[in-house]
Each structure stands twice: as C-alpha cells, then as structure tokens.
Design a protein around this ligand. Structure first.
Ligand code: HEC
Ligand code: HEC
Length: 278
C-alpha cells in the first residue's frame, strides 16, 4: 500500500512538473491571428498587416520566399502585386485565373499551374489551409507588393475555394487527421516533389540546401528516424541546422502530419532506399 501511495505521489509530481514546464516555456512563435480576429469589415491596411503576419508566420511562406533579394530556390516576391496581373496575360499562361488576385490564389491552391521561369514546381499547395479571410489577407499583402490592393473582406475566390462557404473553410483550416486524408498515391520522388521536400532537401547529391542532403539518409538512419523526422521534426534536430523549420505550420498541428499514412509510408520507403549512390 505504501508503495502504491509513493507511486501515486510520484506520478502526481511528474504531472505537476510537466504542467509547470509546459506553462513556463515561452511560446516560440506568435499565435497566428485567429479566424475570429479577422473580420469582413477590416480596413485594407488591416488586411495587408494580417497577411504580412501570415506570410512570415504560420503561412510558412517566408521559409522559402524572399521579398527584395533574388531567391535561390524560390522566387523573390517583390513586385508580385503588379506581376500577378501580367502573368495571366502571358501567352504561355494555361491556368483559370482571370486577374491578378485570382492568379495569387491559384498560386496557393495549384502552384504547378504556372511555374515561374527558372524554378522547380516544389511549392506545396497551401491554399486549403487558409480560411476565406486569411486568404483575402494574404492576397492583400501580396498585392501590396508593387501593386494596388483591390480585394476586400467581401472578396471570395469561389473558383478555387468552392462556394466560399465559411463552414467548409473553417473545417479545412482546422485540419484533418491524417487518417481522413485521401492518399495522393504516386511514387516517392513524386511525393517528395509535391510536398515541397525538394525545396529544402537535395536527394541526389551531398549538397546542403535549407536542410541536410537526404541523398544518403537511408545509409545514415533507419525508417523510424526518418518517419519521426517528418512527423515530429523537432524530436531530433540534425546537427548544425535550425530547429522548427519543418514544424512551422499553418494551423499549428504539423504540416507534414497531413500526409496520408499511405503516402507517408511511400515517402519513408523511398528515403530509406537512398544510400548515397552505394
Ligand atoms: C517549400 C517552399 C515554398 C513555400 C513554403 C511557399 N512557396 Fe510560393 N513558391 C515556391 C516555389 C519554388 C515557387 C516557384 C515555382 C512555381 O511557380 O510553382 C513559388 C511560387 C509562388 C508564387 C508565384 C510567383 C510568381 O512570380 O508568379 C506565389 C505568388 C507564391 N509562391 C506565394 C507563396 C505564399 C503566399 C506562400 C505562403 C502561404 C508560399 N508561396 C509558400 C516555393 C514555396
Ligand atoms: C522549409 C524547409 C524544409 C522542408 C520543406 C522540408 N524539410 Fe526536412 N528538414 C529541414 C531542416 C532545416 C532539417 C534539419 C533540422 C531538423 O532535423 O529538424 C530537416 C531535416 C529532415 C530530415 C532529417 C535529416 C537528417 O539528416 O537527419 C529528414 C529525413 C527530412 N527533413 C525529410 C523531409 C521530408 C520527407 C520533407 C517533405 C515531406 C521535408 N523534409 C521537408 C527543412 C525542410
């Protein structure tokens, strides 16, 4: 009985400890503006500011894009406000967008429809993770880069986002559990491209991009490690690299946790097979 009480007390202490630690660790990133913080009647300036916050924060855009400097792997978005209007006029443009704002939304929902000259189609489709007003905010911010902001809180992009149904948007923003996500299918290399892994990782040479080269990951690590690197990137931080990059997410639950289990397995098998050309 005494042992039992001791165990009980010990467990209680452990729980208290974790509770304390959990509450005392300062939040590493600012909470994104909640859906409820954005309102239809906000001013243009307020939408631009909210969009900027999403761009540098939970939108994860700034992990890849620069504004002002030439981007090595991802295009510089300075001037994109004006450029977006010009894109849809280009003879080579094959998409559905009829104006600049729609082009920007299309870039987020179907990035591969128009691939910027000199870049690979490695941008992940992030659009579904933003609700209607967050999308307006991001578009307002992008338009403000060299263009005129024409969107308002009333603007909806039904062509890309269904009927602009707030409830649907809220559900997709809340994120689905991995099990509910339909597998995209496809091979490992295709999935690695689709999910933007290649923007940060080389798979065919020992070169360091934003993240470590994965060309020999299968020789260095086992499948469990690889799986964990994808699902809980911060559990193990590769030496010499910044933490948090892969974990920055749109909704705080982990971007790559949205991979369907089947696709995750395909990716892990593929990476485990990369042995550095041995
Ligand atoms: C993993 C890296 C990555 C992330 C994250 C990312 N992008 Fe991209 N983005 C790219 C790449 C690479 C391209 C160029 C290829 C293409 O056009 O699909 C691109 C293209 C674009 C374009 C088209 C630019 C043009 O000149 O036509 C826009 C607009 C854009 N991104 C906006 C965003 C926004 C907004 C976010 C955040 C919500 C974001 N991107 C997140 C990699 C990324
Ligand atoms: C925005 C950049 C970025 C994207 C996108 C990204 N990663 Fe990473 N990844 C990193 C960084 C930085 C590290 C090193 C820090 C760490 O371990 O968390 C890393 C680490 C890893 C590791 C551990 C590598 C080692 O040598 O220990 C694996 C495996 C990995 N990533 C796989 C993936 C896969 C698969 C994807 C796509 C589903 C992906 N990453 C997308 C930046 C990125």
């Amino acid at each position: 009985m005494l042992t039992f009480l001791k165990v009980l007390a010990f467990n209680g202490l452990i729980i208290l400890f974790f509770w304390y630690v959990g509450n005392s660790i300062p939040q590493q990133r600012k909470d994104p503006p909640k859906e409820s913080d954005l309102t239809v009647d906000m001013t243009t300036e307020a939408f631009v500011a909210a969009g900027e916050e999403i761009f540098y924060g939970k939108g994860t855009c700034a992990l890849c894009h620069t504004i002002g400097e030439k981007g090595e792997r991802c295009p510089n978005l300075a001037g994109i406000g004006e450029l977006a209007d010009a894109r849809v006029q280009e003879a080579s443009y094959q998409g559905d967008a009829s104006d600049g704002p729609e082009y920007l939304v299309e870039s987020l929902h179907n990035p591969a429809v128009y691939v910027v000259d000199g870049y690979q189609p490695t941008m992940p489709a992030l659009g579904r993770q933003l609700n209607d007003l967050e999308m307006v905010a991001v578009v307002a911010f992008l338009q403000s880069l060299g263009g005129e902001v024409t969107v308002t809180g009333e603007t909806r992009f039904a062509k890309y986002r269904g009927e602009g149904d707030a409830a649907t948007a809220a559900t997709s923003a809340a994120g689905a559990a991995p099990a509910e996500v339909a597998a995209a299918g496809g091979t490992g290399p295709e999935l690695a491209a689709q999910w933007g892994c290649l923007a940060c990782h080389s798979v065919d040479a020992p070169i360091r991009l934003v993240g470590p080269s994965l060309y020999d990951i299968g020789a260095r690590q086992d499948e469990n490690f690889i799986r964990e690197s994808i699902l809980k990137p911060d559990a193990v931080i590769a030496e010499g690299f910044p933490p948090n990059l892969m974990q920055l997410t749109l909704d705080g639950t982990g971007f790559y946790q949205k991979l369907a289990i089947q696709d995750l397995n395909t990716l892990v098998d593929y990476l485990a097979s990369l042995k550095g050309g041995e």
